[in-house]
Design a protein around this ligand. Sequence first.
Ligand code: NAP
Length: 258
Amino acid sequence: MAGRVAGKAALVSGAATGIGQSIAMCLAAEGASVAVADIDAGRGADVVTAIREAGGKALFLSLDVTEEASWEAAIAATESEFGRLDILVNNAGIAIVESVDKMSFDDWRAVMAVNIDGVFLGTKHAVPAMRRAGGGSIVNISSILGLTGEEKLSAYCASKGAVRLFTKAVALECGRDGSGIRVNSIHPGYIHTAMTEETCRRDYGDIATGFAELGKLHPIGRVGEPEEIAAGVLYLASDESKFVTGSELAIDGGYTAA
Ligand code: NAP
Protein backbone atom coordinates (compact mmCIF):
# COMPACT_ATOMS: atom_id res chain seq x y z
CA MET A 1 0.00 0.00 0.00
CA ALA A 2 1.39 3.43 -0.90
CA GLY A 3 1.38 6.16 1.70
CA ARG A 4 3.41 8.45 3.91
CA VAL A 5 4.46 5.61 6.26
CA ALA A 6 4.32 2.75 3.75
CA GLY A 7 6.39 -0.28 4.72
CA LYS A 8 6.75 0.79 8.35
CA ALA A 9 5.48 -1.15 11.39
CA ALA A 10 3.87 0.75 14.26
CA LEU A 11 2.66 0.01 17.78
CA VAL A 12 0.07 2.39 19.27
CA SER A 13 -0.78 2.06 22.98
CA GLY A 14 -4.31 2.86 24.17
CA ALA A 15 -5.48 2.36 20.58
CA ALA A 16 -8.93 0.87 21.31
CA THR A 17 -10.67 4.26 21.40
CA GLY A 18 -10.30 8.03 21.24
CA ILE A 19 -7.06 9.60 20.06
CA GLY A 20 -5.21 6.26 19.94
CA GLN A 21 -7.85 4.74 17.67
CA SER A 22 -7.57 7.68 15.28
CA ILE A 23 -3.78 7.42 15.27
CA ALA A 24 -3.91 3.68 14.51
CA MET A 25 -6.41 4.18 11.69
CA CYS A 26 -4.47 7.10 10.21
CA LEU A 27 -1.11 5.28 10.23
CA ALA A 28 -2.73 2.20 8.67
CA ALA A 29 -4.43 4.30 5.98
CA GLU A 30 -1.00 5.73 5.12
CA GLY A 31 0.51 2.28 4.62
CA ALA A 32 1.88 1.22 8.03
CA SER A 33 1.21 -2.18 9.59
CA VAL A 34 -0.26 -1.34 12.99
CA ALA A 35 -0.29 -3.15 16.32
CA VAL A 36 -3.43 -1.91 18.09
CA ALA A 37 -2.41 -2.29 21.75
CA ASP A 38 -4.78 -1.76 24.68
CA ILE A 39 -6.17 -3.28 27.87
CA ASP A 40 -9.63 -3.34 26.22
CA ALA A 41 -9.62 -6.39 23.92
CA GLY A 42 -13.24 -5.99 22.72
CA ARG A 43 -12.93 -2.44 21.41
CA GLY A 44 -9.36 -3.13 20.25
CA ALA A 45 -10.59 -5.98 18.05
CA ASP A 46 -13.21 -3.62 16.54
CA VAL A 47 -10.44 -1.18 15.56
CA VAL A 48 -8.47 -3.99 13.91
CA THR A 49 -11.58 -5.04 11.96
CA ALA A 50 -12.17 -1.45 10.81
CA ILE A 51 -8.55 -1.13 9.62
CA ARG A 52 -8.70 -4.44 7.74
CA GLU A 53 -12.05 -3.56 6.13
CA ALA A 54 -10.44 -0.35 4.86
CA GLY A 55 -7.65 -2.42 3.24
CA GLY A 56 -5.01 -1.88 5.95
CA LYS A 57 -2.87 -4.28 7.98
CA ALA A 58 -3.37 -4.57 11.76
CA LEU A 59 -3.33 -6.92 14.73
CA PHE A 60 -4.62 -6.55 18.28
CA LEU A 61 -2.21 -6.88 21.20
CA SER A 62 -3.27 -7.04 24.81
CA LEU A 63 -1.06 -4.49 26.56
CA ASP A 64 -1.10 -3.03 30.05
CA VAL A 65 1.44 -0.22 29.76
CA THR A 66 2.20 -0.38 33.50
CA GLU A 67 3.58 -3.95 33.23
CA GLU A 68 7.11 -4.48 31.92
CA ALA A 69 6.47 -8.09 30.89
CA SER A 70 3.41 -6.92 28.92
CA TRP A 71 5.59 -4.48 26.93
CA GLU A 72 8.23 -7.15 26.26
CA ALA A 73 5.56 -9.50 24.90
CA ALA A 74 3.87 -6.77 22.79
CA ILE A 75 7.09 -5.64 21.13
CA ALA A 76 8.18 -9.23 20.49
CA ALA A 77 4.76 -9.96 18.92
CA THR A 78 5.00 -6.86 16.70
CA GLU A 79 8.44 -7.88 15.44
CA SER A 80 7.34 -11.45 14.95
CA GLU A 81 4.17 -10.48 13.01
CA PHE A 82 5.50 -7.51 10.99
CA GLY A 83 9.25 -8.25 10.96
CA ARG A 84 10.23 -4.92 12.53
CA LEU A 85 9.23 -1.97 14.71
CA ASP A 86 9.66 1.53 13.24
CA ILE A 87 7.06 3.62 15.08
CA LEU A 88 5.95 3.64 18.73
CA VAL A 89 3.15 5.94 19.83
CA ASN A 90 2.92 6.11 23.63
CA ASN A 91 -0.70 7.26 23.76
CA ALA A 92 -2.37 5.42 26.69
CA GLY A 93 -3.14 7.84 29.49
CA ILE A 94 -5.55 8.41 32.38
CA ALA A 95 -6.62 11.38 34.49
CA ILE A 96 -7.82 11.45 38.10
CA VAL A 97 -9.37 14.71 39.21
CA GLU A 98 -8.85 15.63 42.87
CA SER A 99 -7.40 18.46 44.94
CA VAL A 100 -3.90 17.69 46.15
CA ASP A 101 -4.86 17.47 49.84
CA LYS A 102 -7.62 14.94 49.11
CA MET A 103 -5.81 12.81 46.55
CA SER A 104 -4.86 9.38 47.84
CA PHE A 105 -1.32 8.17 47.33
CA ASP A 106 -2.77 5.18 45.44
CA ASP A 107 -4.50 7.52 42.94
CA TRP A 108 -1.31 9.56 42.50
CA ARG A 109 0.63 6.37 41.81
CA ALA A 110 -2.03 5.06 39.40
CA VAL A 111 -1.73 8.19 37.24
CA MET A 112 2.06 8.04 37.31
CA ALA A 113 2.04 4.31 36.50
CA VAL A 114 0.10 4.72 33.26
CA ASN A 115 1.20 8.19 32.13
CA ILE A 116 4.96 8.18 32.80
CA ASP A 117 6.03 4.66 33.89
CA GLY A 118 4.18 3.35 30.81
CA VAL A 119 6.03 5.78 28.53
CA PHE A 120 9.37 4.82 30.09
CA LEU A 121 8.72 1.08 29.74
CA GLY A 122 7.50 1.37 26.15
CA THR A 123 10.50 3.47 25.15
CA LYS A 124 12.96 1.22 26.99
CA HIS A 125 11.81 -1.86 25.09
CA ALA A 126 11.16 -0.15 21.74
CA VAL A 127 14.68 1.31 21.43
CA PRO A 128 16.48 -2.05 20.99
CA ALA A 129 13.81 -3.16 18.47
CA MET A 130 14.20 0.09 16.53
CA ARG A 131 17.99 -0.32 16.56
CA ARG A 132 17.43 -3.72 14.94
CA ALA A 133 15.24 -1.98 12.31
CA GLY A 134 17.93 0.65 11.61
CA GLY A 135 16.05 3.57 13.18
CA GLY A 136 12.60 4.69 14.17
CA SER A 137 10.28 7.33 15.55
CA ILE A 138 8.80 7.48 19.07
CA VAL A 139 5.90 9.87 19.57
CA ASN A 140 4.80 10.52 23.15
CA ILE A 141 1.32 11.94 23.71
CA SER A 142 1.66 14.51 26.50
CA SER A 143 -0.89 17.33 26.85
CA ILE A 144 -1.34 21.09 27.11
CA LEU A 145 -1.34 20.11 30.79
CA GLY A 146 2.30 19.06 30.38
CA LEU A 147 3.03 22.70 29.51
CA THR A 148 0.67 24.57 31.86
CA GLY A 149 -0.96 23.72 35.20
CA GLU A 150 -4.62 23.08 35.99
CA GLU A 151 -6.34 22.88 39.37
CA LYS A 152 -7.32 19.44 40.67
CA LEU A 153 -5.10 17.81 38.06
CA SER A 154 -1.74 17.91 39.86
CA ALA A 155 -0.90 14.24 39.24
CA TYR A 156 -1.93 14.47 35.57
CA CYS A 157 0.05 17.69 35.05
CA ALA A 158 3.11 16.28 36.85
CA SER A 159 3.00 13.09 34.75
CA LYS A 160 2.53 14.93 31.45
CA GLY A 161 5.30 17.42 32.28
CA ALA A 162 7.53 14.42 32.97
CA VAL A 163 6.67 13.00 29.55
CA ARG A 164 7.83 16.26 27.95
CA LEU A 165 11.31 16.20 29.49
CA PHE A 166 11.70 12.41 29.31
CA THR A 167 11.14 12.84 25.56
CA LYS A 168 13.90 15.43 25.25
CA ALA A 169 16.40 13.42 27.34
CA VAL A 170 15.88 10.26 25.26
CA ALA A 171 15.99 12.29 22.03
CA LEU A 172 19.50 13.44 23.00
CA GLU A 173 20.62 9.88 23.76
CA CYS A 174 19.20 8.48 20.54
CA GLY A 175 20.37 11.44 18.45
CA ARG A 176 23.96 11.15 19.57
CA ASP A 177 24.27 7.35 19.50
CA GLY A 178 23.75 7.18 15.74
CA SER A 179 20.76 4.84 16.12
CA GLY A 180 18.55 6.92 13.83
CA ILE A 181 15.78 6.94 16.44
CA ARG A 182 13.86 10.22 16.86
CA VAL A 183 11.71 11.05 19.89
CA ASN A 184 9.12 13.86 20.05
CA SER A 185 6.10 14.84 22.15
CA ILE A 186 2.66 16.08 21.15
CA HIS A 187 0.59 18.34 23.39
CA PRO A 188 -3.11 18.16 22.52
CA GLY A 189 -5.64 20.71 23.70
CA TYR A 190 -9.06 19.42 24.81
CA ILE A 191 -10.12 16.76 22.30
CA HIS A 192 -13.52 15.22 21.58
CA THR A 193 -13.06 11.81 23.34
CA ALA A 194 -14.54 9.79 26.22
CA MET A 195 -11.92 11.28 28.56
CA THR A 196 -13.17 14.81 27.83
CA GLU A 197 -16.84 13.76 27.94
CA GLU A 198 -16.19 12.78 31.55
CA THR A 199 -14.78 16.27 32.23
CA CYS A 200 -17.85 17.82 30.55
CA ARG A 201 -20.32 15.84 32.69
CA ARG A 202 -18.40 16.51 35.90
CA ASP A 203 -17.66 20.22 35.44
CA TYR A 204 -20.53 21.46 33.25
CA GLY A 205 -23.45 19.05 33.87
CA ASP A 206 -23.81 17.81 30.31
CA ILE A 207 -21.63 16.99 27.33
CA ALA A 208 -22.87 19.64 24.87
CA THR A 209 -22.49 22.51 27.36
CA GLY A 210 -19.13 21.14 28.44
CA PHE A 211 -17.68 20.99 24.94
CA ALA A 212 -19.01 24.50 24.19
CA GLU A 213 -17.41 25.92 27.36
CA LEU A 214 -14.13 24.02 26.91
CA GLY A 215 -14.05 25.25 23.31
CA LYS A 216 -13.93 28.85 24.57
CA LEU A 217 -10.59 28.12 26.30
CA HIS A 218 -9.00 27.67 22.87
CA PRO A 219 -8.41 30.85 20.79
CA ILE A 220 -9.67 28.97 17.71
CA GLY A 221 -13.00 28.67 19.58
CA ARG A 222 -13.60 24.93 19.74
CA VAL A 223 -12.16 21.68 21.11
CA GLY A 224 -10.11 19.49 18.78
CA GLU A 225 -10.90 16.23 17.01
CA PRO A 226 -8.84 13.01 17.41
CA GLU A 227 -7.96 13.13 13.69
CA GLU A 228 -6.22 16.47 14.24
CA ILE A 229 -3.83 14.80 16.69
CA ALA A 230 -3.36 11.81 14.38
CA ALA A 231 -2.24 14.20 11.62
CA GLY A 232 0.59 15.45 13.84
CA VAL A 233 1.61 11.91 14.76
CA LEU A 234 1.67 10.96 11.07
CA TYR A 235 4.11 13.80 10.33
CA LEU A 236 6.40 12.87 13.25
CA ALA A 237 6.22 9.16 12.37
CA SER A 238 7.03 9.69 8.70
CA ASP A 239 10.39 10.47 7.10
CA GLU A 240 9.08 14.00 6.34
CA SER A 241 10.21 14.86 9.90
CA LYS A 242 13.65 13.23 9.62
CA PHE A 243 15.40 16.35 11.04
CA VAL A 244 12.93 16.67 13.95
CA THR A 245 13.80 15.22 17.35
CA GLY A 246 13.36 16.38 20.94
CA SER A 247 10.61 18.75 19.83
CA GLU A 248 7.21 19.45 21.43
CA LEU A 249 4.30 19.97 19.07
CA ALA A 250 1.28 21.74 20.57
CA ILE A 251 -1.90 20.87 18.65
CA ASP A 252 -4.19 22.95 20.80
CA GLY A 253 -6.09 25.61 18.88
CA GLY A 254 -3.77 28.20 20.44
CA TYR A 255 -4.48 27.23 24.09
CA THR A 256 -0.82 27.53 25.15
CA ALA A 257 0.01 30.52 22.94
CA ALA A 258 -1.11 33.07 25.53
P1 NAP B 1 -9.38 7.66 26.30
O1 NAP B 1 -10.52 7.97 25.40
O2 NAP B 1 -9.61 7.50 27.76
O3 NAP B 1 -8.60 6.37 25.72
C1 NAP B 1 -7.45 5.89 26.33
C2 NAP B 1 -7.28 4.42 26.00
O4 NAP B 1 -6.14 3.93 26.76
C3 NAP B 1 -8.48 3.57 26.43
O5 NAP B 1 -8.75 2.56 25.49
C4 NAP B 1 -8.00 2.95 27.75
O6 NAP B 1 -8.66 1.74 28.07
C5 NAP B 1 -6.53 2.74 27.43
N1 NAP B 1 -5.74 2.50 28.63
C6 NAP B 1 -5.93 2.99 29.89
N2 NAP B 1 -5.04 2.47 30.74
C7 NAP B 1 -4.26 1.64 30.01
C8 NAP B 1 -3.16 0.79 30.33
N3 NAP B 1 -2.70 0.67 31.60
N4 NAP B 1 -2.57 0.08 29.34
C9 NAP B 1 -3.04 0.16 28.07
N5 NAP B 1 -4.08 0.92 27.70
C10 NAP B 1 -4.69 1.65 28.66
O7 NAP B 1 -8.24 8.78 26.17
P2 NAP B 1 -7.99 9.88 25.02
O8 NAP B 1 -8.79 11.06 25.35
O9 NAP B 1 -8.07 9.26 23.68
O10 NAP B 1 -6.47 10.25 25.37
C11 NAP B 1 -5.37 9.60 24.76
C12 NAP B 1 -4.08 10.29 25.23
O11 NAP B 1 -4.14 11.69 24.91
C13 NAP B 1 -3.86 10.20 26.74
O12 NAP B 1 -2.48 10.05 27.01
C14 NAP B 1 -4.35 11.55 27.24
O13 NAP B 1 -3.77 11.91 28.46
C15 NAP B 1 -3.91 12.44 26.09
N6 NAP B 1 -4.65 13.69 25.99
C16 NAP B 1 -6.00 13.68 25.85
C17 NAP B 1 -6.68 14.89 25.74
C18 NAP B 1 -8.18 14.94 25.58
O14 NAP B 1 -8.73 16.04 25.64
N7 NAP B 1 -8.85 13.85 25.34
C19 NAP B 1 -5.98 16.09 25.81
C20 NAP B 1 -4.60 16.07 25.97
C21 NAP B 1 -3.94 14.85 26.06
P3 NAP B 1 -9.94 1.82 29.07
O15 NAP B 1 -10.93 2.73 28.42
O16 NAP B 1 -10.37 0.40 29.17
O17 NAP B 1 -9.41 2.41 30.36
